[in-house]
Write a protein that binds this ligand. Structure first.
Ligand code: ADP
Length: 481
């Protein structure tokens, strides 16, 4: 099976969130199952320099007055071909893949990701850049949502999958962009790519892809309801038989407490004492008292409404009255950043806050904290709770999306239930978070219980092994459709 995997971010080249982790790991797992996979990505600033040998394949004209070069290299550390779209005016910019350096989306995102979507479709039909042609195109999120539409427009019979990593981001743009992107006027209606008068990349993908997937079974159900569907629930209900939820795995090589290069000490389930050393080093790094028996709670996250972390400052006084420590790494909404910084000022001995995006520190946090806090209002899959499981860092999560599918809660009485791997909130109220964190800290106080829980969490298979197989079945179903 030949597969073109199209993505707007990929670890280790460019990352803003979970999509990059998935893109950097799933194709590798698929290749291990014999899939002939190639990846397509825009050549953002700095990407080419991070790759090894780069070869020019040829030039393309995706739109009337837009030309780009297609380059070929390898995904670093692998043999997987990586195709880059070289268009310096659109992609070689200071700032993020979607945002300007300070804040605000790039004003021409419709063109930038329309180009990504179109090039993917053009690479699926005979072209001057390469002879290799895919049987299937795997699109990811709105940035690639126009690919299934373009495939149809071109008259190609190549099948397409759209994976929804987060339905909250939809790529809705002023309808006039349809002219520059060459979208057919006759498809500008509610059964086409129109969404309340706008051009919607996500809607086009949902409408025209052969099959749809999202990143957890629970989220697949949730997005068919008004609460989580962001206006697409009706369309998703109508495509229910084509929609499947496949829980993400994690890259168990990059995220391995026994070999993580960002840690000074390493540990496994049978050497958990070494985790205490990592905790002490982290406490010292963050300027917290390095007391080994104080429960250390941690957050590594985008600081946005979705993640429910505004609940933490709300319950902080009661939480910190227990003596617990709290370490936060994240960035996002300025008001929330400020709330956490103020908390740190009020509790300098108990709270450490790092505002920013810091890959090495995120590893040390996942390893060094005892309890990982993730009370998301919605969470398509979530990765950090799975990093937590792998690192024996017990997750406390909301009962939603992939959190519900990856963490098994339970009640500890005299013994720890044999399937329990974390703590799951009964509802999304701040007081419930406080109660659930209280239960986690009570378990932490019992060393035997805690180690049992840690071992059970670490024994959970969070690799891509199982999920990659499910994607294979999905591709087969799409080919047969
Ligand atoms: P989302 O994609 O919604 O942001 P996920 O849990 O799926 O959430 O993935 C988030 C990824 O981004 C994880 O790999 C996490 O470790 C990483 N991450 C989030 N915030 C930071 C940060 N401030 N510093 C380093 N890594 C971060």
């Amino acid at each position: 099976m030949r597969l073109l995997f199209v993505t707007s971010e990929i670890f280790p080249l460019i990352k803003t969130g979970g999509l990059a982790d998935v893109s950097g790991a799933l194709p590798i797992a698929l290749a291990e199952y014999g899939v002939d996979v190639r990846i397509l990505l825009p050549a953002y600033r700095g990407v080419i320099a991070k790759c090894g040998q780069v070869k020019a394949l040829g030039r393309m004209q995706p739109f009337h007055d837009v030309f780009c070069e297609i380059l070929e290299t390898r995904l670093p550390g692998t043999e997987i071909p990586l195709l880059l779209i070289d268009h310096p005016a659109l992609f070689d910019r200071e700032g993020g893949p979607y945002h300007q350096p300070q804040s605000g989306d790039w004003q021409d995102n419709a063109l930038r990701f329309g180009l990504l979507s179109k090039v993917a479709a053009m690479l699926a039909i005979p072209n001057r850049c390469q002879q290799w042609l895919p049987d299937m195109v795997h699109c990811n999120d709105w940035q690639t949502g126009l690919t299934p539409y373009f495939l149809q427009q071109i008259g190609s019979h190549v099948k397409s999958i759209l994976s929804i990593h987060n339905l909250a981001f939809q790529g809705n743009f002023h309808a006039d962009w349809r002219y520059q992107l060459g979208l057919s006027e006759q498809d500008f209606h509610p059964q086409g790519y129109e969404f309340y008068g706008q051009l919607s990349f996500m809607k086009a993908g949902l409408q025209y892809a052969t099959k749809l997937s999202t990143v957890s079974p629970t989220y697949a159900k949730e997005i068919q309801t008004a609460e989580f569907g962001f206006g697409f629930e009706g369309l998703l209900q109508s495509r229910q038989s084509d929609l499947i939820g496949i829980l993400n795995g994690i890259d168990t090589h990059t995220w391995n407490p026994a070999s993580d290069p960002f840690l000074e000490s390493h540990y496994a389930a049978d050497s958990l004492d070494n985790k205490t050393k990592v905790k002490r080093a982290l406490q010292q790094e963050l300027g917290l008292p390095d007391s080994p028996h104080t429960p250390l709670l941690g957050v590594v996250s985008r600081l946005t409404y979705q993640k429910g972390l505004d609940m933490l400052p709300e319950i902080a006084d009661q939480l910190l009255a227990t003596g617990a420590q709290l370490a936060v790494l994240g960035n996002g909404e300025v008001a929330l950043e400020q709330q956490f910084l103020q908390l740190k000022q009020r509790y300098p001995q108990q709270v450490a806050v790092t505002i920013g995006y810091h890959e090495p520190l995120s590893h040390r946090m996942m390893a060094g904290v005892d309890i990982f806090v993730m009370p998301s209002r919605f969470e398509p899959c979530g990765l950090n709770q799975m990093y937590g499981l792998r690192y024996g860092t017990i997750p406390v999560v909301a009962n939603t999306g992939g959190l519900a599918d990856s963490v098994t809660g339970g009640r500890i009485t005299n013994t720890v239930p044999s399937d329990m791997t974390g703590f799951v909130m009964a509802d999304k109220q701040p007081q419930t978070l406080l109660v659930t964190l209280g239960a986690a800290m009570a378990a932490y106080a019992n060393n035997g219980h805690w180690q049992t829980l840690q071992k059970q969490a670490m024994a959970d298979d969070v690799s891509w092994h199982h999920s990659a197989k499910q994607y294979l079945l999905l591709y087969q179903a799409a080919l047969a459709a």
